[in-house]
Design a protein around this ligand. Structure first.
Ligand code: CP
Length: 310
């Protein structure tokens, strides 16, 4: 049915065919994303970025994607400078924004906020992170990174390491990898395990999921090590965060027994989960992953706004 005019709230909103279409289109966008070629496919279109939580990659790569395609952006980057500070509801804010630009990219601390915004908006809404919920465009980037490295997603063995309770990127990615027939190995501090609801859903889509007994062994067998930070901002009590802070760290010694082809990914920002020494290793893929945010979001915006890309 194509992506034109649709919302993207959860990765579950996309079929396997939808995702494959975005990944194909993002490969066509690669030369445009670095300015090697010019395409003004979104000239005249305006994207509204409404960010009620901090962001570097998501907001600026959406903005870059729009500008690379000749479009324009209007932005709430600091909620304190918007009328939400005066108490305006998310419903009203979204309804107003939908009267301005052609699509809305929303980041919000509350799980479910993007779905609520989509109901208030008559323009497409992209969820750029709703609390501990979902971050579907990050998942498209993650899949593009893996596809670029391996040429396929099917059959990959992916270790998800870190805060699997609050980490929205992990929730979205686990679903997509399940749909594509990758094998998931989970490793987290016990108090930050993948929520039961997400796990049950993975069973429903037939995903192959196991728990890592030994992280070292799991890394030795893996094609992808996907690391996430502990989401300190989601803890009600910072003392609970302190109990798990620093409980895992990837460095070159940990990676010593890994396959040559292993890639280490991280949605970033990192808070010490990956030692800087790994940056120089052939396994490090997280900066490439962040850079792919531009072509993937160029593809996504083109398909959602115009129904075609490139
Ligand atoms: N990966 C990601 O969502 O990064 P930002 O929080 O910087 O947008």
């Amino acid at each position: 049915m194509g992506l034109k005019g649709r919302d993207l709230i959860s990765i579950r909103d996309l079929s396997r065919e939808d995702i494959e279409e975005v990944l194909r289109a993002s490969r066509r966008m690669l030369p445009l994303a670095v300015g090697g070629k010019v395409n003004r496919g979104l000239a005249g279109w305006v994207l509204t970025l409404a960010f009620f939580e901090p962001s570097t990659r998501t907001r600026l790569s959406f903005e870059t994607a729009m500008l690379r395609l000749g479009g324009a952006c209007v932005t709430i980057a600091d909620p304190a400078s918007s009328s939400t500070k005066k108490g305006e509801s998310l419903h009203d804010t979204t309804r107003i924004l939908s009267g301005y630009g052609d699509a809305i990219v929303l980041r919000h601390p509350n799980e479910g906020a993007a779905r609520l915004a989509a109901m208030a908006s008559d323009k497409p809404v992209i969820n750029a992170g709703d609390g501990a919920g979902q971050h579907p465009s990050q998942t498209l980037i993650d899949l593009a990174t893996m596809h670029e490295a391996f040429g396929t997603l099917t059959g990959l063995k992916v270790v998800l390491l870190g805060d699997l309770k609050f980490g929205r990127t992990a929730h979205s990615l686990a679903h997509a990898l399940g749909v594509f027939g990758a094998e998931l190995v989970l490793s987290s501090p016990p108090s930050l395990a993948l929520p039961e609801e997400v796990r049950e859903h993975l069973d429903q889509v037939g995903a192959k999921v196991s728990d890592a007994d030994q992280l070292h062994q799991a890394i030795r067998d893996a094609d992808v090590l996907y690391v996430t930070r502990i989401q300190r901002e989601r803890f009600g009590d910072d003392r609970e965060y302190q109990k798990v802070a620093g409980s895992y760290r990837i460095d070159n010694a940990v990676l010593a027994g890994a396959k040559d082809r292993l890639i280490v990914m991280h949605p970033l920002p990192r808070m010490g989960e990956i030692a800087p020494e790994v940056d120089g290793s052939p396994h490090a893929a997280y900066f490439r992953q962040a850079a792919l945010g531009v072509p993937v979001r160029m593809a996504l915006l083109s398909l959602m706004l115009t129904g075609k890309a490139g």
